[in-house]
Design a protein around this ligand. Sequence first.
Ligand code: IPM
Ligand code: MN
Length: 352
Amino acid sequence: MYKIAVIPGDGTGQEVVHEGLKVLEAVASKLDIKHELVFYDLGGERYKKTGELLPDSVVEELKRFDAIYLGAIGHPDVKPGILEKGILLKMRFMLDQYINLRPVKLFAGVETPLKDKGPEDIDFVVVRENTEGLYTGSGGFLKYGTADEIAIQESINTRKGVERCVRYAFDYCSQRRERKNLTFCGKTNVLTYAHDLWQRTFDEIAKEYPEVTTDYANVDAICMWMVKNPEWFDVIVTDNMFGDIITDLAAMIQGGVGVAAGGNINPEGVSMFEPMGGSAPKYTGQNIINPIASVAALQMMLAVLGEEEAAGLVEAAIKKVISQDMQSMAAGKMGHSTSEVGDLLADFIATS
Ligand code: IPM
Ligand code: MN
């Protein structure tokens, strides 16, 4: 019996989670996967009403679930940074979700802005460190607001934190497919301390995985090659900040935020799965947002829970509906409403 916490969150998060759960019910009844859902109303609306972000008591409750399924957090009337830091980052840190896993796969029938590239070229995974680097909040102001102001924002890289991330990436890579190549994405020519630690750790762990070939690329070069030669990549491991940036670039080449999903993973604890799209206030309530990314997040959740058959069925449904039913991945241009896309996915699963 899986216990799943559901955080629909703000804006279109509610709509896409609704479709994701429709798909979950379809696959769960087909394969007899017993589960229980508990809903949490975290997000911008709750914050505006009560001033609460992510109470510690809720964090303690979340620790007792098998997984967390999230829609989106973000509110046009809340100052940038408050919800991000107070809910999303707090959850990552308190639940020690030290991996941000971002599969980058172009499905047949999805348009990519890359000329002459197709599904056979765009199929890689980014493993982003998710609890350290520039995200820890280490630093501060001196002489705030004066002409002599100093702002310091430190990148924290611990041997343990780097090692567990790199090890996860090697493990993941060695199980992913025939050709196994892990690229370390860094900036060793400038970040001569932080990424020296990364490089040494990477080289050391590599010895334990003789079946995995390795290489190195500077983050700026990765940005060029992801556009020019995405087929070069299999698995990329990188730090928190660089991972944040290159995964948005990657989302665009796989067809945009309508299809891109991610997992905030604690391999020894509870993980959270989410679509990359955000709360999209301008599309909220119109039943036109693309729910595919949210369903892809559900697929990841099932895979991480060990429900491989269910994950495979959800992926088959996504592939079928994208290639045969949907006209576009863009909101309002799908040729179907949000709920119709959910129905098509669920029907495919029920009848396959
Ligand atoms: C992401 C997001 C977050 C990040 C924001 C919302 C804090 O951009 O999940 O990539 O920077 O990690
Ligand atoms: Mn980001």
